[in-house]
Design a protein around this ligand. Structure first.
Ligand code: GAR
Length: 200
């Protein structure tokens, strides 16, 4: 039986789309059983619905506190017997209450070569703005296990992307997604799913 994957999203969901598309190719050992968004208007929810995947919306506002938010996430994941949690543009930091429950069972995609431009405050376009501001000539993406340190868990895969002289944060974000994130995330989800089913 395939590993049951939950994808946690907050926004456009292009990485979710890459995972959905990969289910007919590289993602052989896992199936996306659930998509959870912490924003009710996230376009990622439409992508999930179009693919016939069950969705849930859990917002911090709805729950009242970070702790209740995480408890609700855990409850939902357990109800659906989820084996692997994939953070795909999930724009909120999870506390040790959550991460300690799932050692090596949560992976995240980050749009830089960790340990550069990562940690609290580095998310989405801000990461690319920081890379351009610093003047690095190479950036990329990283998929890593999630632990209690923001962007500090063991690295699973990385891919480098060259920065062009005329790049803006937007053009760079798009190229890092196309050349790195959308490839690395499905490959990594497959690797971890395979390890999970082999452990059974
Ligand atoms: C992606 O670039 C992802 O790596 C980044 O947000 C974007 C989400 O796009 N995540 C982070 O910055 C997490 N720290 P998407 O919703 O189209 O997948």
């Amino acid at each position: 039986m395939k590993a049951r994957i939950a994808v946690l999203v907050s926004g456009g969901g292009t990485n979710l789309q890459a995972l959905i598309d990969a289910q007919s190719s590289v993602l052989k050992s896992g199936e996306i059983a659930l998509v959870i968004s912490n924003r009710s208007k996230a376009y990622a929810l439409e992508r999930a619905k179009n693919a016939g995947i069950e969705t849930a919306v859990i917002t911090k506002k709805m729950c009242g506190s970070q702790e209740e938010f995480e408890r609700k996430l855990i409850e939902t994941l357990e109800e659906k017997n989820i084996d692997l949690i994939v953070l795909a543009g999930f724009m909120t930091i999870l506390s040790p209450l959550f991460t300690s429950r799932y050692p090596r069972r949560i992976i995240n995609v980050h749009p830089s070569l960790i340990p550069s431009f990562c940690g609290e405050g580095f998310y989405g376009l801000k990461v690319h703005e920081a890379a351009l501001e610093y003047g690095v000539k190479v950036t990329g993406a990283t998929v890593h296990f999630v632990n209690e340190i923001p962007d500090g868990g063991e690295i699973i895969a990385q891919k480098a992307v060259y920065i062009k002289a005329d790049d803006t944060a937007e053009t760079l974000q798009k190229r890092v997604m196309e050349e790195a994130e959308w490839i690395l995330l499905p490959e990594s989800a497959e690797m971890v799913s395979k390890a999970i089913i082999e452990e059974r």
